[in-house]
Design a protein around this ligand. Structure first.
Ligand code: AMP
Length: 273
């Protein structure tokens, strides 16, 4: 496995590669969710690049940027064992140049739901993803459906800017009890972890209701909130695949989204209907 921190050196090396290149951007503290994206990329491409970069511009004032888990040695081993060809771990100075061009997320879809709770978060996400896509120039880039709004905004950025990369959405990986894997799960105490399970439980209940024929968003959301009554829910919403709020679930065109705080840990999860 080759390692780069310099964007220019990686770009030069990438130009020399023949065949398809898959790219998996991450913030590290790699878990089975990340590994599923990495394995998919390895299966579908001649070369796979993984980046690890805790991007400061997507964290808001007062969020967990400083304490975000960093596990470089373990991550390096995971990448090596998985068969990653190139690990890209730039520093903040490698990526940002001070007073520079800024990306602003779409006015509406970038500022609802996650974007309303974390204003400007998606500005930072799109800024870093755009930079990383330019540096790595991949054939395909892999993103988890767990960050559904992020995935949607990245797909639209690629469309808006006429970029040729294929964005590949990947399924959410969960623990056997349903908890969606997240680097932030390590913040949870065992009691908090038990409470965090209510999020996936409520989503399972929602999909069960839909299977039984329930379509009314209000009724589904009320049932979910009842299940999550012991945690601090930030939002429960049902949207179509273009992130328009829905009063009625549309089969094969809905996503049910939850954001909640368990103790001081903020978690998101969703289910695609
Ligand atoms: P992060 O390191 O949290 O920025 O995540 C890097 C990529 O992994 C993003 O595309 C995430 O959506 C994806 N990801 C994170 N958790 C999961 C999960 N449990 N299942 C599938 N993909 C995930």
């Amino acid at each position: 496995m080759r390692e780069f921190s310099s964007p220019l050196k990686l770009q030069t090396y990438r130009e020399s590669l023949e065949g398809s290149v898959g790219f998996v951007p991450t913030m590290g503290a790699l878990h089975e969710g990340h590994i599923s994206l990495i394995k998919r990329s390895i299966n579908e491409n001649d070369h796979t690049i993984v980046s690890i970069f805790v991007n400061p511009t997507q964290f808001l004032e007062g969020e967990d940027l400083d304490k975000y888990p960093r596990k470089i040695e373990a991550d390096r081993k995971i990448c090596e064992l998985a068969g990653v060809d190139i690990l890209f771990m730039p520093t903040i100075d490698d990526i940002y140049h001070g007073d520079e061009l800024r990306i602003i997320a779409p006015k509406i879809k970038g500022y609802i739901l996650e974007g309303a709770k974390r204003p400007k978060h998606f500005d930072g996400v799109l800024q870093i993803v755009l930079k990383l896509l330019h540096i790595t120039n991949p054939t395909r880039a892999y993103f988890g459906k767990k960050d559904a709004q992020q995935l949607y905004l990245i797909q639209n950025m690629v469309r808006d800017l006429f970029m040729s990369v294929e964005i590949v959405p990947c399924e959410i990986v969960r623990e056997s009890d349903g908890l969606a894997l997240s680097s932030r799960n390590i913040y949870l105490s065992s009691e908090e972890r038990a409470k965090a399970l209510l999020i996936s439980k409520s989503l399972k209940e929602a999909s069960g209701l839909v299977l039984k024929g329930v379509r009314d968003s209000k009724r589904i959301k009320a049932q979910m909130l009842e299940i999550m009554r012991d945690i601090d829910v930030e939002y429960v919403e049902i949207v179509d695949r273009a992130f328009n709020l829905l009063d009625e679930v549309k089969i094969k065109d809905s996503i049910i989204l939850v954001a909640a705080r368990v103790g001081s840990t903020r978690l998101i999860d969703n289910i695609w209907i």
